[in-house]
Design a protein around this ligand. Structure first.
Ligand SMILES: C[S@@+](CC[C@H](N)C(=O)[O-])C[C@H]1O[C@@H](n2cnc3c(N)ncnc32)[C@H](O)[C@@H]1O
Length: 349
């Protein structure tokens, strides 16, 4: 798992709303990668990294959960949330209001929409015990608890994200309702007490195909029979050509890989092979694109504050990334879906 890549998908930031037709033009000419963005999000550990992409993230990409990097050693992206907390006027030991974090503690850029969808589709209420797979900084878990009174166990394979999640949950005084487990979902055993529902938001793209069914099977093992699962994920329309992958990677989105982005049919088959019955698939690409435009606008509007808190380099890193995202969906070969599924074959109607 590449923590830095993951943070890219998530940090709330912004940029400029370039018209989408540019993307089509670019794609038409690009096939070989005539990309106007400076690639700064390259991860030197990525197999498909083009040579031109400088590695700027300082996060050590050591095996998850085998090191104890601590917040001080973490990626610059991981520091951002603490700079934001300080800027809000909180001192080190102050209790934090969880709602003050929601702009900053989601490792995606869709705000609270995925959790509102989860509450609706998974029918989460105060009686629910929810499993959040790839829980990041714990923002989604704390939001679910605040909104419904449920309890959540968040599993994340990256030590730094896990540590930050735990720290923030403690500072929000929510440790009675949210617990954090560091581990790979495909490998862990969280005990016999089954969960009512589970969500996997923008996490499967980190997981190679051969591991996906194993991960989903283990989610099923932890869910009650008939328990509902919501997955939000990138999918591709069909097999991406080498040129398309090269284009996207060069433009700063190295998380798009042929090994981890599936078609919707493949994604559904992974779920079925893992024992789930898919009950709904929604295309959420338009919402995602709108959210990316919003991030671009927010970044530009708050540039002065952003640069003061996080530095010019971080701004220059983020802006093209979100700009790229606004252009990805119109290209027509990538989109995003929300899938609702139920565990097991004896599913109540
Ligand atoms: C893009 S972040 C999304 C985090 C969170 N779902 C959110 O929306 O705020 C993906 C997270 O999945 C975690 N992850 C990746 N592979 C995982 C695995 N096999 N098991 C558990 N967590 C994993 C990463 O460490 C990362 O924190």
């Amino acid at each position: 798992m590449k923590a830095c890549e993951c943070v890219l998908i998530l940090m709330p930031v912004v940029g400029n709303s370039r018209p989408v037709y540019e993307a089509h033009e670019k794609m038409a000419s690009a096939a070989g990668g005539d990309c106007s963005h400076d690639c700064k999000h390259g991860d030197s550990h990525h197999e498909h990294e083009p040579e031109e992409c400088p590695h700027t993230c300082k996060h050590s990409d050591a095996d998850p959960c085998t090191t104890d990097p601590g917040v001080e050693d973490s990626c610059d992206y991981d520091r951002m949330i603490f700079a934001e907390i300080e800027a809000m006027g909180y001192k080190d030991s102050d209790t934090i209001k969880p709602e003050d974090l929601f702009e900053h503690d989601m490792m995606h850029f869709m705000g609270t929409a995925p959790m509102d969808a989860a509450i609706q589709h998974l029918k989460i209420d105060a009686s629910h015990k929810v499993l959040d797979v790839g829980s990041g900084y714990g923002g989604p878990a704390r939001y679910l608890v605040l909104k419904t009174g449920c309890s959540v166990v968040g599993v994340d394979s990256t030590q730094t994200s896990h540590d930050i999640g735990q720290t923030l949950t403690k500072r929000c005084e929510m440790a009675d309702k949210v617990s954090h487990v560091c581990g790979k979902m495909e490998d862990i055993d969280i005990g016999k007490d089954k969960f009512d529902s589970a969500l996997v938001v923008m996490t499967l793209f980190h997981v190679k195909w051969e591991t996906r069914v194993k991960l989903l099977e283990n989610v099923g093992r932890h869910l009650k029979p008939g328990g509902r699962l919501m997955v939000e994920e990138w999918v591709k329309k069909s097999d991406l050509s080498d040129e398309q992958v090269a284009y996207i990677t060069k433009c700063g989105a190295p998380f798009i890989t042929p090994e981890t982005i599936a078609t919707i049919e493949e994604e559904k088959k992974f779920l079925q092979d893992a024992g789930f019955k898919v009950s709904a698939v929604q295309d959420i690409s338009e919402d995602m694109q709108a959210a990316a435009f919003h991030e671009v606008e927010k970044l530009q509007k708050n540039k002065e504050k952003f640069v003061r808190l996080h530095g010019q380099a971080m701004y220059d890193d983020n802006l093209p990334f979100y700009q790229l995202l606004t252009e990805l969906w119109p290209l027509g070969y990538l989109f995003c879906v929300r899938v609702i599924a139920q565990n097991g074959s004896d599913i109540p109607k």
